[in-house]
Design a protein around this ligand. Structure first.
Ligand SMILES: Nc1nc2c(ncn2[C@@H]2O[C@H](COP(=O)(O)OP(=O)(O)OP(=O)(O)O)[C@@H](O)[C@H]2O)c(=O)[nH]1
Ligand SMILES: [Mg+2]
Length: 305
């Protein structure tokens, strides 16, 4: 296969929080590269997952959901999402079939119109497993009246419906050129960050209200052992003294359960034994610390929190 025959490029997944962007990326890559929860604002930074379809290497760029930001962290997340869109060869705007054209999606469409770019934007109506098929045509017409999408796909990222058609179209839509990554690479994210994200997913699933939004996880140390296993040390930073006890749980049971789930998933991802050690630290100002943002893969936005 010569370079001129191959195709490669970036496909940005954008949309409101919870639209199913990370689920779709994982479906396309065929592995869990980006964390998924039922809560909004799960993804915090751009996550690249790589899929191969025939002669094409498709680099999917998962982005944080786009919403009206309030905190500094929110602003950095939304900026990361638009940054992903502006670098892409193709943009996919995801919406949820059962919610239709929401105010949030309308606001995203307005901003897409303002982008000084000729990047093609395709519409992906996700979660079609949740609606009656008859409603989809009208929804598609309504959205296509609001923006000149180059194509419309109706999918269920969770069930896989419609995903092959989408992949085939993307494979043909990308520019000709050499592949951007080795063919066996499925993610472009340091292992220490994937490991931190896995732990953050388990914490987000387990904890309630504002706590998941006020914590961050960092991999502090990664030590390879002679027996082929690795020792991974992570810190969970929480923003309030009261949150530490909640994250630890009674007798440490919450953090223990989180650690077990995270370790099991990390072992599956890596295909080897992992010894995971979690520590919880109160750091009241972490949401105002540039270093924490850099660790997450975000730019630190100026202005107060
Ligand atoms: N029924 C149904 N649920 C889905 C589908 N795709 C995703 N979900 C669910 O929707 C929720 C949100 O999915 P995510 O992939 O985390 O959504 P996201 O757009 O990445 O969300 P943020 O990272 O918060 O912006 C999870 O509970 C998924 O399991 C689908 O096709 N059908
Ligand atoms: Mg996500």
């Amino acid at each position: 296969m010569t370079d001129t025959q191959t195709r490669a490029g970036f496909v940005a997944l954008i949309g409101e929080p919870n639209a199913g962007k990370s689920t779709l990326l994982n479906r396309m890559v065929g592995a869990k590269v980006s964390i998924v929860t039922h809560k909004v604002q799960t993804t915090r930074a751009r996550i690249r997952g790589i899929a191969i379809a025939g002669v094409s290497q498709i680099v999917f760029v998962d982005t944080p959901g786009i919403f009206r930001p309030r905190r500094r962290l929110d602003r950095s997340m939304v900026a990361a999402a638009w940054g992903g869109a502006s670098d892409a060869d193709v943009i996919l705007l995801l919406i949820e079939a059962h919610r239709g054209l929401t105010d949030g999606t309308a606001a995203i469409i307005e901003q897409l119109k303002g982008l000084d770019s000729r990047t093609p934007v395709a519409l992906v109506i996700n979660k079609i497993d949740r609606v009656k098929a008859e409603t989809l045509l009208a929804l598609s017409a309504e959205l296509n009246a609001a923006y000149p999408f180059v194509n419309t796909f109706m999918v269920s990222a969770e069930k896989g419906y419609g995903c092959d058609d989408l992949r085939d179209w993307l494979a043909a839509a990308l520019p000709e050129g050499p592949w951007l990554y080795p063919e066996d690479q499925i993610a472009d994210l340091p292992m220490r960050m994937i490991a931190a994200e896995i732990t953050r997913e388990k914490l987000t699933l387990r904890l309630h209200e504002e706590i998941p939004y006020q914590l961050t996880v960092e991999t502090e140390a990664w030590e390879e052992r002679k027996d082929g296993s690795a020792r991974v040390d992570q810190i969970v930073y929480v923003a309030r003294p009261g949150h530490k006890g909640i994250v630890l749980g009674k007798g440490g049971e919450t953090i223990k359960a989180v650690g077990q789930l995270a370790r099991a998933e990390l072992e599956e991802f890596m295909g080897r034994r992992i010894h995971l050690f979690l520590q919880v630290k109160v750091r009241e100002n972490w949401l105002d610390e540039a270093e924490r943002f850099t660790e997450m893969g975000l730019d630190f936005k100026d202005g107060d929190g």
